[in-house]
Each structure stands twice: as structure tokens, then as C-alpha cells.
Design a protein around this ligand. Structure first.
Ligand SMILES: C[S@@+](CC[C@H](N)C(=O)[O-])C[C@H]1O[C@@H](n2cnc3c(N)ncnc32)[C@H](O)[C@@H]1O
Length: 280
């Protein structure tokens, strides 16, 4: 049975047109965007989702945008039990996380796998904004000889990252570090250099390019993320990266790949740019 069929007769035919066509599923938790006209029927929508998808036990409505330094979103329970800690499976890895306390998006699943698929044996990788570990842990599971340093500033994300490293049995090759990457770069990582650096903080990764260039080995690959809108988002994303690198005096780099990861708002995309850092 479909969600629309469950709701038929319970809300008007006009409102049925506003019923969201999709939702995010994180473990037992469904996260749905409820349009304002459906607000009075949010619980009905949540219950319909649970009726159709029997494994869903909690339905949350997005309340605000992903916000703050820790990139966390506010939610409202619209159906099911008020349990936001869950166990999510992605590419065979397990991630325990609290949807209300840390950043996690199942829409990045392909990107996590794409980057992990590029890692070569023996690489030393820095995951600057690691969250609960979806890049770091998948890399370590796929490439047994890689070593990954996973940094996050959110104490809750760090706590789950630490737990997930153990849950996936990669303690020997993923090193979790709690803290602001800017400080960590000057302390714990000061004497290390990396073959690959992941900068998954699209809101402001460009502000951390100085740390990236300082910690990159010659010919390191950088996975840089940003948000870009307008008719040519790839060009816009590239312009911001190029001017940021020029501002740091970095002229030697090769852009390897630009892709739009996902649409985050109408005509606004998260873009990924892979580039090879060749030196200052
Ligand atoms: C967009 S989330 C990405 C998480 C993860 N890479 C993923 O794919 O799910 C960005 C993460 O960066 C962390 N963060 C933000 N600013 C930071 C900083 N200055 N240093 C370290 N981590 C930071 C946030 O706490 C958040 O967990």
C-alpha cells in the first residue's frame, strides 16, 4: 500500500497533492519535510508512513535548516516513539548516531562510496569534518592498509565516531580526534602529511584551505565541497575555490573532477570538486 492510499479520505484531494514523495531513512527513523499546508495533518502523515513502512518506528519532521558549527537540525516528533538514537547501515558499515545531536545524511551515501573507491593502498587520509565517520570508516573497511585521521568538533559526533570505529572493527586504522580542525592541525597533526584530504563542510570548507594545503603531501588529492546555486553551479563552485586558492598563493593544482552531489534547495546544489594539490 502507498502513503497516498492510506491518506485518501482522511485529508482533502487538494492536500493529497502536497504529500511529500520521499523522506530520509536513518536506521529506524524517518525524516520528512512537511509542507506548511499539511502541518495540521503532520501526525496523520507520520502514521501513514509507519503503516506503509513497518520497520520505521519514529517519524520526525524537519523544523529548521541544518545550522550552527556542528551542522545539526531541529526536528519535531510527528509519529512513533521519541527515540532519536538509531543504528544505520551504509555500504555494509554500521553507524550508531542520534539524529537530533549530530549531522548525518543518507543522501551522501553515493558520495561516501565514490570517495572511498578512490583511495589506494597505503594512503594516509585526513577526514577534516568526519561526523560519525561515514567516509573514514568505509575507507578503512575497503582499504585495509590505509590510515585515516578523523576529526570532528562536535563532542556528540566524536562520541559516536569513537563507538562506530569499534563497531566496525577498524580501531587499528582510524584515529578519531575531537576538536576544531584549525587547532588540531597545529597540534596533533602538526608533523603529519596526507595523501588525501576530505573537506566535507560545504558551508565553509573554503575557509580551511590553508590548513589543507599545509597538511597535504605533494600530489595529494583534495575532496572539496561547497554549496552553489544559479544556472551554472559547477562554474560558480570552481570560481570560489580558485579565488580562495589564489588568495593563499596556491597556483599549482589540477582540477580532477566536478560533480553536483545533490540538490539541497530549489536550484542550489552541494558540489564536490576533486583537485590534486601540486604545491605553492
Ligand atoms: C556536513 S557535516 C559532515 C559529516 C560527515 N563527513 C558526513 O558525511 O556525514 C560537517 C561536520 O563538521 C564538523 N565541524 C564543523 N566545523 C568544524 C571544525 N572547525 N573542525 C572540525 N569539525 C568541524 C561538524 O560538527 C559536522 O559533524
Amino acid at each position: 500500500m502507498k502513503i497516498l492510499e492510506v491518506l485518501k479520505g482522511k485529508i482533502s484531494v487538494e492536500l493529497l497533492k502536497s504529500v511529500p514523495r520521499s523522506f530520509d531513512l536513518i536506521g529506524h527513523v524517518a525524516v520528512v519535510e512537511v509542507p506548511s499546508e499539511l502541518e495540521p495533518y503532520a501526525s496523520l502523515l507520520g502514521e501513514a508512513i509507519m503503516e506503509v513502512h513497518k520497520k520505521i518506528e519514529t517519524v520526525l519532521a524537519k523544523v529548521g535548516p541544518v545550522a550552527g558549527e556542528h551542522r545539526v537540525r531541529e526536528f519535531r516528533l510527528i509519529a512513533g516513539k521519541p527515540e532519536t538514537e538509531t543504528l544505520h547501515k551504509e555500504h555494509g558499515c554500521l553507524f550508531r548516531l542520534d539524529v537530533g545531536k549530530v549531522y548525518f545524511s543518507p543522501r551522501l551515501s553515493f558520495e561516501h562510496a565514490r570517495v572511498a573507491g578512490l583511495v589506494r593502498p597505503g594512503e594516509t587520509v585526513l577526514d577534516m569534518f568526519a561526523g560519525v565517520g561515514p567516509f573514514s570508516i568505509l575507507i578503512a573497511r575497503k582499504v585495509k592498509t590505509a590510515k585515516v585521521y578523523a576529526v570532528d568538533a562536535n563532542p556528540e559526533a566524536y562520541r559516536y565516531l569513537y563507538e562506530n570505529i569499534r563497531l566496525n572493527k577498524v580501531e587499528d586504522r582510524v584515529i578519531p580526534i575531537r576538536g576544531d580542525i584549525r587547532k588540531v592541525a597545529e597540534t596533533k597533526l602538526k608533523n603529519l602529511r596526507f595523501n588525501r584530504i576530505i573537506m566535507n563542510l560545504p558551508e565553509k570548507a573554503y575557509q580551511y584551505l590553508a590548513e589543507t594545503c599545509r597538511l597535504a603531501k605533494p600530489e595529494a588529492t583534495v575532496h572539496y565541497y561547497c554549496f552553489a546555486g544559479g544556472p551554472e553551479p559547477e562554474d560558480k563552485a570552481l570560481n570560489v575555490l580558485q579565488s580562495s586558492l589564489a588568495g593563499l598563493g596556491v597556483r599549482a593544482y589540477d582540477v580532477l573532477n566536478i560533480r553536483l552531489v545533490r540538490e539541497v534547495a530549489p536550484r542550489v546544489w552541494q558540489a564536490a570538486i576533486d583537485f590534486k594539490f601540486l604545491g605553492f
